[in-house]
Design a protein around this ligand. Structure first.
Ligand code: NDP
Length: 283
């Protein structure tokens, strides 16, 4: 029977560490600015949770709510204003954006050292090159879960399902830099069950409810389920949890697994941005 990760509890522990670090620095408070465009209900909930998490951890947060019809140029001007504001240390533009706005252009406009979601191509390139940068929050949360449960990454066979810019690719790179042997799967992967059966570490980030069957799980594997799927009003993951929990050594539930870590890693990225931007020796 697997150990079931308590993502909320782990998040609380890390948030306490962040609060203590902010107090110890004694240089004021990191400030996170969030931009929401339009009225997407899920975005409203995420941002409310992010705001609460900031308050609880000692970060300042501000939020700009912009209308869905805003021209791209005007949104970029708002981002630029936050780039130039020295009281703002981290900027996030909540996805999804309206169709008329290109998220890649927006990500490229966010100043690299304030890009706490790690979506600016320069930060993505630094991740590829294994250089210090802001890395995307959900992949960081996956690694944090593995580390804090003493799962050995070095030498492990890690299988990542999903190749998005925000989860699949960056988590594959983080695992690779930690010396896992990584297989990155997607919708055209042939014979997915056979590939998954080899995984010591499985990261599922697909968005298909219970795609991963229990008998695909290698006995003793660590299973990180990033997927969030709403089925008959309930949230479930990409992994058949009830079956997989019998075979895995470690497994994250949905909800209450990776989700809380994502926001916590955003707070940590914002603290790091603050530390860098307010370093006394910074010219
Ligand atoms: P995307 O939709 O951007 O990517 C999904 C990936 O899954 C694609 O690479 C796609 O392949 C692949 N895929 C789709 N169907 C299959 C299949 N049958 N077999 C194998 N691979 C398949 O999703 P995201 O990466 O943005 O998100 C993934 C999931 O994680 C979602 O459920 C999302 O809600 C959740 N999520 C959770 C977060 C959290 O904090 N817990 C944060 C971010 C996301 P292809 O590239 O070939 O199309």
């Amino acid at each position: 029977m697997a150990q079931v990760v308590d993502g909320k509890k782990l998040s609380e522990e890390i948030r306490t560490e962040i609060r203590e670090q902010i107090e110890k620095l004694g240089r004021g408070r990191p400030r996170l600015a969030a931009i929401r465009v339009g009225e997407d209900p899920a975005s409203k909930i995420y941002l409310r949770n992010k705001r609460r998490a900031c308050e609880q951890t000692g970060l300042d947060s501000i939020q700009l709510d912009l209308p869905a019809e805003i021209p791209e140029q005007e949104l970029l001007a708002q981002v630029q204003r936050l780039n130039d504001d020295p009281s703002v240390h981290g900027i996030l533009v909540q996805l999804p954006l309206p169709d008329a706005i290109d998220p890649a252009v927006v990500a490229s406009t966010i100043r690299v050292d304030k890009d706490v979601d790690g979506l600016n191509p320069e930060n993505a390139g630094r991740l590829l090159a294994n250089q210090p940068a802001h890395y995307p929050c959900t992949p960081l949360g996956c690694i944090e879960i593995l580390d804090r449960h003493a799962v050995q990454i070095q030498g492990a066979a890690a299988v990542v399902l999903g190749r998005s810019e925000i989860v699949g690719k960056p988590v594959a790179l983080l695992l690779l830099h930690r010396h896992a042997t990584v297989t990155l799967c997607h919708s055209r992967t042939r014979d997915l069950p056979s590939v998954v059966r080899e995984a010591d570490i499985l990261i599922a980030a697909v968005g298909r409810p219970r795609l991963v069957r229990a008998d695909w799980i290698k006995p003793g594997a660590a299973v990180i389920d990033v997927g969030i799927n709403r089925v008959e009003g309930k949230l479930i993951g990409d992994v058949d949890f009830e079956g997989a929990v019998e075979r895995a050594q470690l497994i994250t539930p949905v909800p209450g697994g990776v989700g809380p870590l994502t926001i916590t890693m955003l707070l940590r990225n914002t603290l790091q941005a603050f530390e860098i931007q307010t370093r006394p020796d910074r010219s």
